[in-house]
Design a protein around this ligand. Structure first.
Ligand code: NAP
Length: 249
């Protein structure tokens, strides 16, 4: 396992699912972790458990992301890793019937939220000589799914943001990588199942991987294993990657 002793990590969307599992995995690897979600009650217990701080904020608001990053800097003097994990599935409806407001909120969170995170951490990471920005992507960035236009479009945009960040900032030591986890057994996946829309909702629950798998991958990407994937996307559907991480096939 990668040793992150002395490293400082901020995880967005950490109140449940992949984000909560990631916060635990980073803490187990020795990192100091800030956990952020819209509702501070959702992250308070987790922060206490791992000795980190609970941050209330909405990634869709640039000012909230700036405040969260500043809080990390005030408390620990640095920020080594940002995990852009917060996300919503958005309106599960075809383009003709999707509510424009709800559609726009998904873009605000899944796409603009990632931009807000990158923008907020860059000054601190550049000043300290580098850092890692991990974004939880999705296969939906590369393949349209019926009824998921907001989700697919936002994840496609977020994938391009990882590439853009790598293009702009790799030379300053910024490591930008996207992780596409496959389908994961979380509340989001339960909502997808309940919708009955498109083939993903019909998958047997047993095919979904546990959130601890992407959590482990996120920690691994902070070590030398991630160096081969700068500006790129790592897919947990890839058997080679799973084997390298010691995850069951
Ligand atoms: N589950 C899957 O199969 C799957 C597959 C591919 C990719 N992903 C991606 O993985 C990430 C995590 O998904 P998940 O399945 O763990 O979802 P989840 O169980 O629904 O958890 C989402 C988390 O994001 C937070 N969040 C939502 N909107 C936010 C906002 N505006 N600002 C701050 N926090 C916000 C939620 O907390 P609050 O509501 O309290 O703010 C919660 O902690 C998402 O980016 C998702 O697209 C998931």
């Amino acid at each position: 396992m990668v040793d992150l002793d002395g490293k400082v990590v901020l995880v967005t969307g950490a109140s449940r699912g992949i984000g909560a599992a990631a916060a635990l995995a980073f803490a187990e690897a020795g990192a100091t972790v800030g956990v952020m979600a819209r509702n501070q009650d959702g992250v308070r217990d987790l922060a206490a458990r791992i000795g980190g701080i609970a941050l209330a904020g909405d990634v869709a608001r640039a000012g909230d992301m700036e405040r969260a990053v500043a809080a990390m800097g005030d408390r620990w003097g640095r920020l080594d890793v940002l995990v852009n994990n917060a996300g919503v599935i958005g309106p599960m409806a075809d383009i003709a019937s999707a509510d424009p407001t709800v559609w726009g909120q998904a873009i605000d969170i899944n796409l603009k939220g990632v931009f807000h995170g990158m923008r907020a951490v860059l000054p601190m990471m550049r000043a300290q000589g580098g850092g890692t920005v991990l974004t939880v992507g999705s296969g939906a960035a590369h393949a349209p799914r019926e009824g998921w236009s907001a989700y697919c479009a936002s994840k496609a945009g977020a994938w391009m943001l990882t590439r853009a960040l790598d293009h702009e900032a790799r030379a300053q030591g910024i490591r930008a990588i996207s992780l596409s986890p496959g389908t994961v057994a979380t509340d989001m996946q339960a909502a997808i199942r309940q919708s009955g829309i498109n083939p993903i909702s019909q998958l047997d629950w047993s095919v979904h991987i546990p959130p601890e798998w992407p959590a482990r991958a996120l920690v691994w990407l902070c070590g030398p294993g991630g160096d081969a994937f700068l500006g790129d996307e790592v897919s947990l559907r890839d058997e080679t990657i799973r084997r390298r991480l010691g995850l069951a096939a």
